[in-house]
Design a protein around this ligand. Structure first.
Ligand SMILES: [Zn+2]
Length: 74
């Protein structure tokens, strides 16, 4: 399975971080992916091949912004 995500996106992982957080912010994308735990703020680098199998859900950056409710353009 190929997972598409970019810097600034949030990844929900199947495996939780020791701090119990499961949401990670993507800091850098390459052959290795650098992500930061949104709960404790620690960052980790994971090889792309490994991370793809542990992603539960990708939350795109623009989708997070939509949460703020900017649909007042009628
Ligand atoms: Zn954490």
């Amino acid at each position: 399975m190929i997972v598409h995500f970019n810097c600034g996106d949030t990844l929900q992982m199947k495996k939780k971080h020791p701090c119990s957080g499961d949401l990670f912010l993507v800091l850098r994308v390459g052959s290795d992916i650098r992500i930061q735990c949104k709960k404790c703020g620690r960052d980790l680098t994971i090889p792309r091949v490994k991370i793809e199998s542990s992603i539960k859900k990708v939350i795109p950056q623009n989708e997070q912004e939509a949460e703020h409710g900017s649909h007042s353009s009628t």
